[in-house]
Ligand binder design. Structure first.
Ligand SMILES: Nc1ncnc2c1ncn2[C@@H]1O[C@H](COP(=O)(O)OP(=O)(O)OP(=O)(O)O)[C@@H](O)[C@H]1O
Ligand SMILES: [Mg+2]
Length: 400
């Protein structure tokens, strides 16, 4: 049944203090079909009704029909400026595992393309043969932070231009970037270069980086969208970043989500005195690095660790707490526990001592135990969002 509050306790009392749910980071856990997504939607529904600002990262497109929200869809009305990514992130986004040499060359290729785009203003590879090193360094020095953009589609061609060496006889001129192609190395790296070319030409990556508007649709850069949203209170309090065009590329989604979150955190750290924002990510474990060592560099982790002091809280859902690295799990002071049966899963939670395994294993769909920082646990029935039944009508109304 739909109600005006997010949930009702089993004693029949409405759960009204939703702001304490998002005052800390909230982890929503439970087995498949236990109601995590629905609970998150219901919480969101109530947050919307108190004008609470929320940003949803939507890797699957599930939230595209959400009422009272504004959606930016990568590949439709949004793109990502390739220059926002470091060479390392670019490689991750493209899912290229190149040799250390190729990685070096990749970041040099990005610099060369940035020179082409911002100083020379042509969309062609930078031919390095015969160019004095001093000239190149002057150009590099001229590139400042605002001129990060480059044409990623040229990357494979530019990489070839990076493999240049001096002549190996008395004609060698070491003041030049190079005099001839290092054909042997190019051939050695050819496979990876071809993969990069192929990835960049694929539909998914064309939409990711393509700033060209399509007829009738204006495209906005995603970092810019988020920055505007954070700086200006608008009538829309819910922003959906739809990354579903990259559905087949979970690693790329991970890189994009991490990058956007890092920039979001940086923007907030620069201008801290602002309204609180809740960030929602469903199935969050998919977008975290598998390797704990990479955690510190991940945007989700950074927001979990540093976001609260600048008014950013996260709501993450995952099937099992064990899917999350331990260092990340410990960042959640609030928990919404749906049906779970494994003692290992529950014991991995910080509040393990206080959890009644039997109770959690008996929960049915839509039931949960709510555990908030400094409050006694409550068993609750989550109500469906208010718009659930007439989703369609509300949506059309919203678009007008
Ligand atoms: N509070 C609720 N009241 C009524 N029905 C619910 C409630 N919560 C969930 N359901 C129903 O249960 C089903 C599964 O819910 P939901 O998709 O939210 O689960 P989930 O935990 O997110 O699953 P998954 O892990 O597969 O994503 C849905 O059909 C949904 O309509
Ligand atoms: Mg779900």
């Amino acid at each position: 049944m739909t109600q005006t509050t997010f949930a009702t306790t089993i004693a029949g009392k409405p759960v009204k203090d939703i702001h304490s749910l998002v005052a800390h980071h909230l982890l929503v856990v439970g087995q498949t079909g236990s109601g995590k997504t629905t609970s998150t939607l219901s919480l969101l529904d109530q947050l919307q009704r108190t004008n609470y600002t929320t940003i949803i990262f939507d890797p699957t497109g599930e939230y595209s029909k959400l009422p009272n929200s504004v959606t930016y869809k990568l590949g439709e009305n949004a793109y990502l400026e390739a220059g926002q990514l470091s060479a390392h992130q670019l490689r991750e986004a493209l899912q290229i595992s190149g040799s250390p040499l190729l990685n070096d060359k990749l970041s040099q290729a990005v610099d060369a393309l940035r020179i082409q785009q911002n100083l020379v203003r042509i969309r062609k590879p930078y031919v390095k043969i015969g160019v004095p090193i001093a000239d190149y360094q002057k150009q590099l020095a001229k590139l400042s932070n605002w001129s990060r953009s480059f044409a990623p589609q040229q990357l494979a061609e530019q990489l070839i231009e990076e493999f240049v060496i001096p002549y190996s006889d008395e004609r060698a001129n070491y003041a030049l970037l190079g005099q001839q192609y290092d054909r042997q190395t190019i051939n050695h790296e050819w496979n990876t270069i071809a993969t990069i070319r192929q990835r960049l030409a694929s539909d998914a990556f064309r939409v990711l980086f393509d700033p060209e508007p399509h007829p009738g649709i204006f495209k906005t850069e995603l970092n810019f969208v988020i920055k505007m949203f954070l700086e200006h209170r608008s009538s829309h309090r819910t922003l959906v970043i739809d990354l579903s065009k990259l559905k087949q590329y979970e690693e790329s989604q991970r890189v994009v989500i991490s990058l956007l979150l890092k920039n979001l955190l940086a923007a907030r750290l620069q201008k801290p005195n602002s309204f609180p924002v809740n960030i929602i990510l469903d199935e969050a474990h998919r977008y975290l690095p598998r390797d704990e060592h990479q955690l510190a560099d991940n945007g989700i982790f950074q927001v979990l660790r540093e976001g609260r002091k600048v008014g950013l809280s996260m709501t993450l859902t995952t099937q099992s707490p064990l899917d999350l690295p331990a260092r990340l799990r410990s960042q959640f002071a609030n928990l919404l526990l749906h049906h779970l049966t494994s003692p290992e899963e529950l014991s991995s939670l910080a509040i393990a001592d206080e959890i009644d395994l039997h109770e959690i294993s008996q929960l049915s769909t839509g039931e949960a135990v709510l555990s908030l920082a400094n409050e006694p646990q409550r068993k609750i029935n989550v109500n469906l969002p208010k718009w659930w039944e007439n989703n369609h009508d509300r949506n059309e109304e919203n678009e007008n």
